[in-house]
Each structure stands twice: as structure tokens, then as C-alpha cells.
Design a protein around this ligand. Structure first.
Ligand code: SAM
Length: 198
């Protein structure tokens, strides 16, 4: 790895387990739109191992330079160009035609209106039968699933920008409003989950 490449240690740890789930959840050939791609580590790792996936990594315009630097010089057949996409800006969204929309660790960072915009935007761009895949920490029936997630939630809320762990019940409700229903709920390492909607 280039020493100056933007890098998240957490993404190194979770990318293998996430890929195992995605391999079961998505077809061999799939068009995937990634929201909040951060450093691009997931996009780079997945497309190196699944050449049939055509993957478009996106992030908010203010963080695009980080994503571009994270992916610079990486050659992968299915890795598309990094693109700016703020889920709240309807015109940022591409035309429909995606088999999956993937967002890792976005739902607890983005404020609630943005999370709802992510879900409704995903519903718009997915092909029939396409899937929304959300990875991250979630609450269950108003309760945290671990003490570390509870402390993390306190820290997120103290930032005052609307970040907070979401309850799966709320995510289910917002998704249902866009015609998406949950079809999978998978426990992942370190008290994270993958929720899949179609
Ligand atoms: C903790 S980072 C996750 C990065 C990467 N997906 C990962 O798992 O390492 C949170 C991401 O949420 C994105 N995000 C926050 N608000 C957003 C919005 N309104 N539209 C799109 N992305 C947003 C940020 O740009 C950032 O990339």
C-alpha cells in the first residue's frame, strides 16, 4: 500500500466478512452503486475479487478528493470512477439500473433525513429485484446490542450533527415507505450487522 493513500484500519478488518455476505447476496454479474465510500477500500477489495461486479464508488462532494486519492492507480476491471453523490441532492443520483446499492457505516453517520433520502434514492435507482445492503451497528427494539455500541452512540450524539445509531425497526419502516422490505439480517463481527432490503 502506498504510504500516502487514505486508509481506514476498520475497513481492512471488515472487508473480508462483508465480501463473504455480498457473494451470497448479489449475482456474479452486478452493477453496484456504493454510497459513502470513504477511502474506497471496500470498492478496491471487492472488485479485485469479483471481476463481474461493476462498482461505482461515490461520496459527498466535500470528501471526493479523499476517495479519489484512495483509489488512485488501482486497476480493476469493474472499478468505476469515483463520483460525487450527496444522498440529499436528488440530481446527484444516477439513472436507475443498479442491481445493488451498498452503504457501509453511513446510516449512523448521516442524519436521519439523509438516511431516509439514502433509502428512497436507492429504491429509485434499483432494478426490480435489486437490493439495498446496509452494513454497520444498529439498535434493536430501542436497545443497544453491546456496551461498546452504547458508548459509541453517546459519542455520535454528542457531536450534535444528527449522527446516531439507528434502530432496525426505524430502518425497516423508512424502507417500507419506499417499497423495500427486509429480506436478510446478518450478524457480523464486532457487533455490526448487514441488513438487506429488496
Ligand atoms: C464512517 S464513513 C464510512 C466510510 C466507508 N463506507 C467505510 O465503511 O469505511 C461515513 C461515510 O458516510 C458518508 N455520508 C455522510 N453523509 C452523507 C450524505 N448526505 N450523502 C452521502 N454520503 C454521506 C460520508 O461521506 C462518509 O464517506
Amino acid at each position: 500500500m502506498r504510504p500516502d493513500r487514505p486508509h481506514s484500519p476498520a475497513a481492512d478488518r471488515n472487508r473480508g466478512p462483508i465480501l463473504d455476505v455480498l457473494r451470497h447476496a448479489l449475482p456474479e454479474r452486478a452493477r453496484v452503486l456504493e454510497i459513502g465510500a470513504g477511502t474506497g477500500q471496500h470498492a478496491a477489495y471487492f472488485t479485485a475479487r469479483q471481476p463481474g461486479w461493476s462498482w461505482t464508488p461515490t461520496t459527498v462532494p466535500a470528501e471526493l478528493a479523499t476517495l479519489v486519492a484512495g483509489l488512485e492507480g488501482l486497476e480493476r476491471p469493474g472499478l468505476g470512477q469515483a463520483a460525487p453523490l450527496d444522498v440529499r441532492t436528488e440530481t446527484d443520483w444516477p439513472e436507475p439500473g443498479y442491481d445493488a446499492v451498498f452503504a457501509a457505516n453511513v446510516v449512523h453517520i448521516a442524519p436521519e433525513p439523509a438516511v431516509r433520502a439514502l433509502i428512497s434514492g436507492a429504491a429509485r435507482v434499483l432494478v426490480p429485484g435489486g437490493r439495498l445492503v446496509l452494513y454497520g451497528p444498529f439498535m434493536r427494539d430501542g436497545r443497544h446490542t453491546s456496551e461498546s455500541n452504547r458508548r459509541f452512540d453517546v459519542d455520535l450524539r454528542s457531536r450534535g450533527v444528527g449522527s446516531a445509531l439507528r434502530d432496525v425497526n426505524d430502518v425497516d419502516r423508512w424502507s417500507a415507505e419506499s417499497g423495500l422490505r427486509r429480506v436478510a439480517d446478518i450478524a457480523m463481527p464486532a457487533n455490526n450487522f448487514i441488513l438487506i432490503y429488496d
